[in-house]
Design a protein around this ligand. Structure first.
Ligand code: GLC
Length: 750
């Protein structure tokens, strides 16, 4: 439809139709849609039959046949045959599940993420979906917050590149094209900074920090054309995001230029009353309209109060029309007026879902996301050729639950377990596989409210069964040349509403680790988890640690690919692993303070802890390889720059090891003095460099005046003259740096 036709349509619509377009309900309001998963407290919305009839979008199930039927039934009831929009959380895979976003952040490979998003979009589109509530682009610094697993980490630059890649992968150049779905950036904004790491808790943040760290990846997503943005649950400086006009209208739309559809998070409009901010539903409707929220997801505010609001205050009708127009434009951009089913096709669905090329991509993406945290020479394992006995032990040896709590469209039965993958490679006579202990001990009780998905975790194992499991495991470990321990969080221990105050590997697993360590000190730990954990004991006692996150459908194959060296690990940490939970939030791009802790000095009055170091156990950007790289000192093309100019920073990388590998070069900038205190360093570029043994290559990063810009105290995004440092290395702790000056003539200074 043309814009003129859309305007004509809007003019013909009744108020109930318009309010319906602004209402999103769950699929199970229409039929017993068992595949719909409640992602929040639905409560009693007392939705009338008319409201149900007119609701313009569905947080739905999936399946081409089911959604075609829903669309047919819906269109028949629409006076203007406005098609329904099917939206869903397809966060890191539809049926082929890719690594969690935090793992994809660790790959430092936006192109790979784009491919995963493209494959996800294809599977979602043929299943009848039009919109995904992804990418989640919240910056995260607090490992207590369970939703860190949905983010790509603690750095604005990395998050921006990964967000752009995900939006490109989902949407392509035109969402109307086959196999494309609309992307939704979430959660606007600052959700990752919930006080004390407790989900939904208040966020207290100055606007400078919000703009410097939390908004850049949203801007990157908007500039890449994301069609939707989702509001966040929390208050920021006392005002709930969903009704925060300054945030949603003045910043998101007016400053950042977002023109798409703004959808509330699940029930968030109704929760503005619970927050004690809006007086009642009508007040919430008024403030949500003023903030420019177009769609009310699963609350009764818009369906229940909008008509009363416009009756008392008819001037709000104009705002309603503006919201409805944006929704009609989204449906039009997807081509739904011409083809309400878009790519829904049961036959195509069978061919594309979990096809070999998607599984192959998932395997590649998983292994590329793994981070080798420690290796005293135990890895890679020979593939049984040396006759060594290997004992695979732990709850993740047999488990196929390698997806996350945000992959409920996937099926863990499609996953390849570590045991299944290992049996394909390692000779049976040299390997044994044991569970060793349950996944969870006392922690299982915390999952009691998690329904069907937690069933396995809540299975009770008798004390005698536990003793036998452990005894068998210790005996096997005693007889083995090397032990591979597959440990980690239960997949439901990270994700929404899973904040943890103690960020440790479940104690029952650590007890087994200690018993096994007594009889064998050649232990490789494979870590399955959705967040950084306190790894102090493991890092002391294990010979090798491979972080594999929640690796998805092809997780088992990917782990064995890296264990055997078929794939040389190249992942780098997208989020710092704290020394302990007391250090949280901990992040590399911090301010230096007026009394920085000087390494090697024991000055009393410095910014430090008495009982732990300031540094995380494993820093942002860190990761090892099976080979070794040498990075030459940084060379600059000039020691000074003027506005409009640029300088090049060069290093030579050499593979001085014995096997091919990929180094992730990271370029950091430090602004030594400015009109606001600046981070000690900030990532401003990265590049993956694959080299054969002995091979070297010169790599160059360009630094322009734009690279030096930052959000000043007055809110302007500009650079300032002064001295800068450029580091180029293999983690945020690199000391390989050079200095230069940015000089400005007096005109620029005004
Ligand atoms: C949830 C989440 C949000 C998700 C939405 C729909 O509560 O906060 O990320 O997209 O509801 O399921």
């Amino acid at each position: 439809m043309t814009q003129k036709e859309l305007e004509q349509l809007l003019g013909d619509m009744t108020l109930p139709e318009k309010i319906g377009q602004m209402t999103q309900l769950m699929g199970n309001f229409y039929e017993d849609d068992s595949s719909s998963v409640l992602t929040g407290p639905a409560g009693d919305l007392n939705i009338s039959k008319e409201q149900l009839t007119y609701a313009g979008s569905v947080l739905s199930g999936y399946g081409a046949g089911e959604l075609i039927r829903m669309q047919d039934a819906y269109l028949k009831s629409q006076p203007h045959r406005i098609p329904m929009l099917f939206m869903r959380d397809i966060i890191h895979g539809m049926k082929t599940i890719f690594p969690i976003p935090l793992a994809q952040g660790a790959s430092f490979d936006p192109e790979l993420t784009e491919k995963c998003a493209e494959a996800t979009a294809k599977e979602a589109a043929v299943s009848g979906l039009h919109v995904t509530f992804a990418p989640m682009t919240d910056l995260v610094r607090d490992a207590r917050w369970g939703r860190v697993m949905e983010s790509t980490g603690e750095d604005p630059y990395l998050n921006s590149r990964m967000t752009e890649a995900a939006v490109r992968g989902f949407q392509g150049k035109d969402v109307k094209e086959p196999y494309r779905i609309a992307a939704c950036l979430k959660h606007f904004a600052g959700y990752g900074a919930a006080t004390a790491g407790r989900d939904y808790n208040a966020v207290e943040m100055g606007e400078h920090t919000l703009r410097e760290y939390y908004l850049p990846s949203f801007q990157a997503g908007i500039d890449t054309g994301a069609k939707l943005v989702m509001t966040a649950f929390h208050t920021i400086d006392g005002v709930p995001c969903s009704v925060n006009r300054h945030l949603m209208k003045e910043i998101l739309r007016d400053e950042m230029g977002f023109e798409g559809v703004l959808i509330s998070d699940f029930g968030a409009l109704g929760e503005t009353v619970t927050h004690g901010y809006c007086a009642d539903g009508t007040d919430a409707a008024r403030k949500s309209l003023e903030a420019g929220v177009d769609i009310d997801m699963m609350s009764s505010v818009y369906p229940g109060s909008l008509r009363y609001l416009v009756k008392e205050e008819p001037e709000y009708m104009e705002m309603i029309d503006a919201c409805v127009m944006r929704i009609l434009q989204l449906k039009n951009a997807l081509g739904l007026f011409e083809n309400p089913y878009k790519d829904a096709d049961p036959e195509e669905e069978k061919k594309i879902i979990l096809c070999p090329s998607h599984r192959e991509l998932a395997r590649k993406a998983s292994s590329a996301s793994f981070v080798l945290l420690k290796n005293d020479g135990l890895l890679p394992l020979s593939e049984g050729k040396d006759g060594k006995k290997i004992a695979f032990i732990g709850p993740y040896v047999y488990s196929r639950q390698l997806n996350s709590s945000w992959a409920f469209t996937g099926d863990s039965r499609d996953c390849v377990s570590l045991k299944e993958a290992a049996e394909e490679i390692f000779p049976g006579e040299q390997t044994v596989y044991l569970q060793g202990c349950p996944m969870l001990g006392a922690e299982a009780a915390f999952l009691s409210g998690f329904g069907e998905e937690a069933k396995g975790a809540l299975l009770t194992v008798t004390e005698e069964e536990k003793r036998n499991m452990l005894q068998n495991a210790v005996l096997a470990a005693k007889q083995a040349d090397i032990v591979v321990l597959a440990l980690g969080e239960h997949f439901l221990q990270s994700g929404e509403a899973t904040s943890r105050a103690m960020i440790e590997i479940p104690e029952i697993q650590m007890e087994m680790f200690r018993e096994i360590r007594r009889v064998n000190n050649r232990i490789v730990v494979i870590l399955f988890n959705g967040r950084p954990l306190d790894l102090r004991e493991i890092s002391r006692e294990a010979g090798a640690i491979l972080e594999v996150w929640l690796p998805g459908t092809e997780g088992g194959h990917a782990v064995v690919d890296v264990l055997t060296g078929r794939v040389n690990p190249s992942g780098r940490l997208p989020m710092s692993f704290p020394y302990c939970v007391g250090q949280v939030p901990v992040f590399y791009n911090e301010l230096r303070t007026g009394r920085p802790k000087i390494p090697g000095q024991s000055e009393r009055f410095q910014s430090k802890y008495l009982d732990i170091p300031n540094e995380p156990l494993y820093p942002f950007g860190f990761g090892l390889s099976y080979t070794e790289f040498q990075i030459s000192p940084v060379e600059l093309s000039s020691q000074s720059m003027t506005p409009g100019g640029s300088i090049e920073a060069r290093v030579t990388v050499k593979n001085i090891g014995h096997t091919e590998g990929t180094e992730t070069l990271q370029m950091y900038l430090g602004d030594l003095s400015a009109s606001v205190a600046r981070p000690v360093k900030e990532l401003k570029g990265f590049r993956k460099v694959t080299l054969s043994p002995g091979e070297s290559r010169e790599e160059e990063f360009q630094i322009s005046e734009e690279t030096l810009r930052f959000v000043r105290a007055d809110g302007r995004f500009v650079s300032e003259p002064g001295t800068f440092r450029i580091w180029i290395g293999n983690s945020s702790q690199t000391e390989n740096c050079a200095e230069f000056e940015l000089r400005m003539n007096c005109r620029e200074l005004c």
